[in-house]
Write a protein that binds this ligand. Structure first.
Ligand code: SF4
Length: 694
């Protein structure tokens, strides 16, 4: 078979980094970064470890139908025809009895979502949602309300930034390869990094200033920074006058939030807050207040994110060199990709999760994964009876999985389409195993940014097991349900040709570098007349008409975080460079060798009080849920905080490397599968007690 080099897109996390795969005789020799786009061959460890996924015997290797109680792990290996017929027949029954809207589908979100979105729309259901309730809902919805753009509606111009301020985004550890590299370049170019966090981490280690903030008080800090920036006339007057509405209301609102007030709340001195405001004011507009990545923290997170968006707007960072560049897509150059979804009539039914109705300010683009459990248990607003979890594992990511699992018991049909035995898959009726990203070609996706173009994930090797690509799985299901006309292709090459029709490009154009640039130079819109904010006013809205029209205030007063009872800790979780995607990487053979379990980090002084030493086995408890985990002691964590990596405490016995290793954070997060005002689960409102058991 010989050797070849294939340009593609990584799928070991949602970063979707461009990669080059070196293949020898149908085996992956090495996975590199695409040097044309990443400026080098480096990749994060997860990306490089993708090669072990391919031949992993602990993947589902054939379609499986449950042959025992849900969750019993008893499966029957079946043919694709039998599995697809089973799913289609049961979907038909649900649709006949309860209507198409009683079928819901979720995925991980991101850019490569065309097939699943098209499928759920084709059968007439409005109920697509994704994992963002446990990730970025609050920032997506906040940025929509302020700038009319989702979080990914902008790209950070790190390399030219003079100041980067991050509220808890651990850029160099929970990393996306290109972003981390750009931040390092920024530091080497003399840009300043300021990290605000409750613990010292790798990003803090590289920062010029690190502020250890009292947990849950970030909103007070953001409001005080706005206060000083306005009070001391540090804002970009021209930008604010031209591109914002509600400046006077914002000025009045932040008057009480003085640096002295914020010092008492945050533990950061008033002098430091004033200095930071002046530093970013002097560096404007080449400043980035990072909007956040995983922002499912507190109930008020929506307003923290609105405040961070407002800081960027006050400093005029939008479309400024070294600031936030508004993304442009191929459509802005008259070369849009054809889309399956756009050919399908939209359902007029209300959504199951209340986006647009019960929660009028929240967008259905991301939906509310946490609402499915209560909808199942109450049949309100209507019954949901079938759920397709596509590469999404809510039982490993939503808080309180036993509660979620008990609700899923009400489903007539639960289908998992995945490359792994996910926790949700383990509880499903059917598992449809997908080809890994190294074995499949997906649809072309738009590269949105200052240099719009297209990029493609391409199969590097032939499939190992009896798996199939998503393009085929959803088309086959659509055919069986009588809506195959919305999937007008016989193979992926035909679909790609259809997508690119009218653009002047073809599949072969991806061979040279894996992507197509539509312009040579970055497109920057004119900051006087050319900016396009997709709000009703076309401007940045400190006062949001859309919010106010549905009774949601543009500002809310700062409130102290919920009281911490004596002896307890606030449980904070995060990711590391080897495991950012929870259970999708924890059983990876290579990554598991390096980090096979999580530990709980607590401050040395608190450990002394509790008689805990390094490496002791601890019992961590909340509302009767007990998890066992080994201790790590440090001076570099807020004394109120206990920290652990997310994604451990695996419940699926077939994943022998990660099964039972470490503790599950989500099991401790009792009662938090609820909807905060930004649509996020307020994960960080979990408190725990800790004691030594050995
Ligand atoms: S950050 Fe790492 S795992 Fe994520 S897409 Fe990029 S290379 Fe892959």
């Amino acid at each position: 078979m010989g050797s070849k080099r294939v340009y593609s897109i990584c799928a070991m996390c949602t970063g979707r980094c461009p990669i080059v795969v070196d293949v020898e005789d149908n085996e992956v020799e090495h996975i590199w970064g695409n040097p044309y786009l990443l400026g080098g061959y480096n990749l994060c460890p997860r990306g490089a470890a993708g090669k072990t996924l391919l031949n992993d015997s602990e993947r589902p290797k054939t379609p499986l139908i449950r042959d025992g109680e849900r969750g019993s792990g008893k499966w029957r290996s079946v043919s694709w025809d039998e599995a697809l017929d089973y799913v289609a027949d049961n979907l038909k029954k649900v649709i006949d009895n309860y209507g198409a809207k009683s079928v819901v589908l979720s995925d991980r979100g991101g850019a490569i979502t065309e097939f699943e979105k098209a499928f759920i729309a084709a059968i007439g259901s409005p109920n697509y949602f994704n994992h963002h309730a446990t990730c970025s809902n609050s920032i997506h919805n906040a940025h929509l309300s302020v700038a009319g753009l989702a979080r990914n509606g902008v790209t950070y111009d790190y390399k030219n930034a003079k100041y980067l301020v991050s509220f808890g985004r651990n850029l160099l550890e929970s990393l996306v390869t290109g972003e981390a590299k750009n931040v390092i370049d920024m530091i080497e170019n003399g840009g300043k990094l300021v990290q605000v966090d409750v613990r010292w981490n790798y990003t803090a280690a590289k920062a010029d200033r690190f502020f250890m903030i009292n947990p849950g008080t970030d909103y007070a800090l953001a409001l005080a920074l706005i206060h000083v920036i306005i009070r001391d006339s540090l804002y970009d007057v021209d930008f604010v006058q031209r591109w914002t509405v509600g400046f006077d209301e914002l000025s009045n609102f932040v008057k009480p939030y003085t640096p002295e007030f914020a010092e008492k709340e945050t533990g950061i001195s008033a002098a430091d807050i004033v200095k930071l405001a002046h530093d970013v004011g002097n560096a404007k507009p080449s400043v980035i207040f990072h909007l956040g990545w995983m922002t499912a923290w507190y109930s008020n997170d929506f307003y923290l994110r609105r405040a961070i968006c407002s800081l960027n707007a006050l400093l005029g960072t939008y479309e400024a060199k070294g600031g936030l560049i508004i993304n442009k897509g191929p459509g802005s150059l008259g070369k849009p990709l054809k889309s399956l979804l756009s050919q399908i009539p939209k359902s007029n039914e209300p959504r199951f999760d209340g986006c647009g109705t019960k929660y009028p300010h929240l967008s259905g683009q991301w939906g509310l994964a946490q609402e499915l459990a209560s909808v199942l248990l109450t049949d309100e607003p209507y019954p949901v009876r079938a759920y397709i979890a596509f590469r999404h594992d809510p039982l490993a990511s939503l808080p309180d999985p036993d509660y979620i699992r008990s609700a899923y018991k009400k489903l007539d049909l639960l289908v998992s389409i995945d490359i792994n035995f996910s926790e949700t898959g383990w509880f499903s009726d059917v598992i449809l195993p997908e080809d890994t990203y190294l074995e499949r070609t997906d649809h072309v996706i738009a590269r949105n940014g200052s240099k719009p173009g297209y990029i493609l994930r391409q199969a590097a090797v032939q499939r190992r097991f009896d798996t199939r690509p998503r393009s085929w799985i959803f088309k086959e299901l659509a055919n069986r349900l009588g809506v195959g006309q919305y999937f007008p292709y016989n193979n992926i090459e035909e679909l790609i040709a259809w997508q690119l029709d009218g653009t002047g490009y073809s599949l072969e154009d991806f061979n040279e570098k894996g992507y197509i640039d539509l312009v040579d130079k970055p497109i920057m819109w004119d900051r006087v007349d050319g900016l396009k904010f997709k709000t009703p006013s076309g401007k940045i809205e400190f006062i949001s008409k859309k919010l106010e029209d549905v009774g949601v205030p543009s500002f809310i007063p700062y409130e102290k975080p919920i009281e911490l009872k004596p002896g307890r800790f606030r449980l904070v979780t995060s990711k590391c460079a080897l495991h950012t995607q929870g259970r999708t990487t924890s059983n990876n053979k290579l990554l598991n060798e390096y980090v096979s379990e999580n530990h709980i980090y607590i401050h040395e002084d608190r450990a002394n009080e509790l008689g805990i030493k390094e490496g002791d086995l601890l019992e961590v408890e909340n509302e009767g849920e007990k998890q066992h985990i080994k201790s790590k002691l440090t001076k570099y964590i807020h004394p109120d905080v206990a920290f652990m990596l997310h994604g451990f405490g695996d419940d699926v016995p077939l994943r022998t490397r990660s099964y039972g290793r470490g503790a599950s954070d989500i099991r401790l997060q009792k009662g938090l599968a609820k909807v905060a005002i930004g649509g996020n689960c307020p994960y960080t409102e979990c408190t725990v007690s800790i004691k030594k058991i050995k």
